[in-house]
Design a protein around this ligand. Sequence first.
Ligand code: PRX
Length: 656
Amino acid sequence: MSEAKLEAWLDETRSFAPSPEFARQANAQPSIYAEASADPVAWWRLQADRLTWTTSPTQTLEWDLPFAKWFSDGTLNASYNCVDRHVEAGRGDKVAYHWVGDAEGETRTITYAQLQKLVAQAANALSELGVKTGDRVAVYMPMIPEAVVTMLAIVRLGAVHSVVFAGFSADALSSRILDSDCQFVVTADGAYRRGSASPLKPAVDEALESCPNVKAVLVVKRTNGDVNWVEGRDHWWHETVERQNDVHTCESFPAEHTMFIMYTSGTTAKPKGIFHTTGGYLTQCATTYNYVFDIKPESDVCWTAADIGWITGHSYIVYGPLINGVTQVMYEGLPDSGGKDRWWKIIEQNKVSILYTAPTTIRTLMKWGDQFPKDHDLTSLRLLGTVGEPINPEAWMWYREHIGSNRCPIVDTWWQTETGAIMVSPLPGITATKPGAAMRPLPGIGVDVVDNNGDSVGNGEGGYLVITHPWPSMTRGIYGDPERFKETYWSRFPGKYFAGDGAKRDEDGDLWLLGRIDDVMNISGHRLSTTEVEHALVGHPAVAEAAVVGASDETTGQAIVAFVTLKMSADDAGKDYGPVIEELRLHVAKVISPIAKPRQIILTPDLPKTRSGKIMRRLLRDVAENRQLGDVTTLTDPTVVNMIAGLMETNASGED
Ligand code: PRX
């Protein structure tokens, strides 16, 4: 959203009071913010008691900036906390997941007792394949129950999962496997999307050509497609897991034991292996899930419509909800698998009460029209959430009116792969909400908006979002690269965590997140770096140079626009470049993922550069967003940028 538009919304000071339906939360927690801010560390220690510890921690925070330890002398097992303890408490018959397949009518219901057995069998199978405490295991799976079972089985053994989104390419998978030296991979033969099967195993086979250390691959049969099989390395899930004992006695691990790695894009071409440890991560997942969604485990049906390949899936499809013992919906397909009203059918059929999703999906559903939700009974809904990118007030209001019947509060939750769990969000019974604002840091979290010098800005002013003190689920670092961790997050404003986001405090002091201020793009809530896409483009033999920017897009938040100069010869004059552009788009999809395909590729004979040879991305962003060009005086050849602007106008090729 443009600054001017945001200002207009702020001027209206549209605000919704805390919802009376959430009075229980308000009555029970009148002073939650005050209590937490009086002594955040002590407050988090109290929250840690939501977990079942084998050894209860006496240590709280040990802070050696930027390295934190939380609850370090405590021991626990993550999988026990998610599953076994509910069964032991007599809640084994409660449904953990109503799984809904891509095809209508395909469902599976899994209780906590059944989940316990599935996880035990998978843990026994992984042990048999040689997985030991501390080993890294790559998970490259569709949204099927076995994906959750696999994650829980891995952490049960004290091993470390690295879930790679199944939409990523073989190259992206192999670089992630190599970076953290994963020796095991769990995958499926294929996945279903809108009724058709798409293979996954070939990408694993291709990736493993460059990963000689991988000893075993466990493969779920999902689509029954033909697969290439490497004897001795590949093992079918149904042959290996299903014959195992369904009891597994778990060990406990120290709170600071590494639990998982999640790769995410930074400002360079190489994704960062963000890793999280056990006790602090689980404490904050459990606490935030409980407070932000004000869950009622006895009656709620919660649906986090995300993929387990992203941090949202980790924290709010797997760990946070399971620790709280709620019933969830897990959905395999796309929003329009089986029709544009598929989501609303799922809500109606499963009586979903809490829906949590990304603004880009809300905008897509909104574009499809009001009739689809109107045709379904959505009265079971009582709370709506959003995550992943700034939500524009128009989409927020549509979500409120058409999905939440002007009755359900909306929690706009800001957080990151690095923060592990929600950091900024309204609390439905306690805080007011405003369309487009994430409002306030959660209890126990310190957030500020600062100017270039690191000084707090006043109300009504904008700046950079920083986190002012350590929190339990903060990443413990970048796998294998502590220096990069310091440099990326802790050097811009000494002593403070630099999130990479712009933010603004409105006149009431409430927080509005304004998007990334670095070279990280946010495409449909997926994080990609401009450099990553540039590297993919210059890796193509026809490309001489490439500059990539994120331009604002009505549906996807941002979209990728690439400016490319080709290696040309004299014979190329007058050639039809349409096929070249399409080939380049497919090339990026193959090297990274289809989500990284540029919306537009502009072929240009030159790129705007400063006298020191730096590409002026700022100007290209102005061009891509049709804005008045900023200062061009530092360019070697100021005419280049005007020429590109002209090309942009005449060249609309490459759009889907
Ligand atoms: O720019 C912010 C945006 O998503 C980035 C984090 O991306 P990722 O690590 O992939 O995690 C996404 C899911 C937690 C942030 O730096 N972002 C996330 N939530 C919001 C948001 N921007 C605005 N409002 C949000 N609620």
